[in-house]
Design a protein around this ligand. Structure first.
Ligand SMILES: O=C(O)CCC(=O)C(=O)O
Ligand SMILES: [Fe+2]
Length: 228
């Protein structure tokens, strides 16, 4: 009886996975392979246009309600707010609260599952925030790790800008060993990179720039919401 019950539960879970997954296993394996080999991967049109509009709508509501806060640098013990280093405003997302954009959490979980399966990682949690870079702001070259808190393994940035034009600035500059690579923050584009291995910066933006930025973690996030 127990065996039959387990079998049915597994079958239902698999069926649900297949229904809810938007990308095939082959597609995920290709992205994960590229991330493993190159340390980063750029995926265009990762989300559908209606999802992009939903995230933008949600972001603008939070912004209008003044729920964004100035982002800081370093851990909670060394929290400094320094416009010379980063000029963005952020809103930390919470799955239990921000249910109108639950598909965004589902994507993070799907990504985590594939990385665990194919890269033998032991990711167990994630944290992410919306970000607004007002005109004229940037984020200087850095690595996505706080001193004494090395649990960010994979960084992901999903851009939420529509009508982005050459000259608008705000590219993410990725530093490789002997070259750099600039990526425009075009709506629905996803950039994934290894948090510890890829220095990067956000070049000065000439228009308001929006994104959803997150990290896959190998230990549960406890301080995430306290950090900027
Ligand atoms: O928005 C981006 O392109 C990157 C943001 C970033 O580097 C960060 O928040 O750590
Ligand atoms: Fe970063």
């Amino acid at each position: 009886m127990v065996i039959l019950f387990n079998f049915l539960m597994n079958f239902a879970a698999l069926f649900f996975d297949l229904l809810s997954a938007r990308y095939s296993e082959e597609q995920w394996i290709d992205w994960v392979d590229r991330l493993a080999a190159e340390d980063y991967v750029v995926i265009d049109d990762f989300i559908a246009q209606d999802e992009l509009q939903q995230l933008r709508g949600f972001l603008h509501e939070r912004n209008e309600e003044n729920e964004f806060e100035k982002a800081g640098i370093g851990s909670v013990f060394q929290h400094t707010i320094d416009k010379e280093i980063r000029g963005d405003f952020i809103y930390w997302l919470a799955k239990a609260r921000d249910t109108s954009i639950d598909f965004a959490f589902a994507y993070a979980e799907e990504l985590m599952g594939y990385l665990n399966r194919y890269c033998f990682l032991s990711l167990s949690d994630y944290e992410f925030h919306l970000a607004h870079y007002p005109k004229g702001t940037f984020y200087q070259k850095h690595i996505d790790q706080f001193k004494g808190r090395g649990n960010r393994i994979i960084s992901f940035v999903l851009y939420l800008n529509v009508g982005w034009q050459p000259g608008d600035g705000g590219e993410i500059r990725i530093f490789k060993e002997d070259s750099t690579f600039d990526v425009e923050p075009i709506g629905a584009r996803l950039v994934l990179f290894k948090s510890m291995d890829v220095p990067h910066e956000v070049l000065k933006t000439n228009v308001s720039r929006y994104s959803l930025t997150g990290w896959l973690l190998n230990k549960p996030s406890q301080l995430g919401y306290l950090l900027g």
